[in-house]
Design a protein around this ligand. Sequence first.
Ligand code: ZN
Length: 127
Amino acid sequence: MHFKDAVFLEDLCPKLRNRRWRRSLHDYTNKSCIYCGCPSESIDHVLPRSRGGISITKNCVPACLSCNGQKSNLDALDWYRKQRFYDPRRAMAIKAWTDGDLRLAMRLLEWSKPKKDKNSEIFVEAA
Ligand SMILES: [Zn+2]
């Protein structure tokens, strides 16, 4: 028996591994879209696949279907800056994520959430 025979279940089932990996990405953002904070329903390639972006954690962020569809194959940060839900802390989080610093990205996302206690700033979305 060769060492190569001792493969992990996940190596035998790329689909299972892919699903686990995707779920882990959603867990980093508490299942919310990295761009707008809505529930994340998809994985967006920061650098689109059509432009050579690959499916690695640094290049894949949880996104809602709306953001994912609107961003299409545009540059993520250029597109994001033009959105009305733009939040500079989220932009920094996206930058940190693509730099591979998920811990910093998570912290920035935590800050970007509207605070609910009355002593802190309240962000009201423009109607
Ligand atoms: Zn979104």
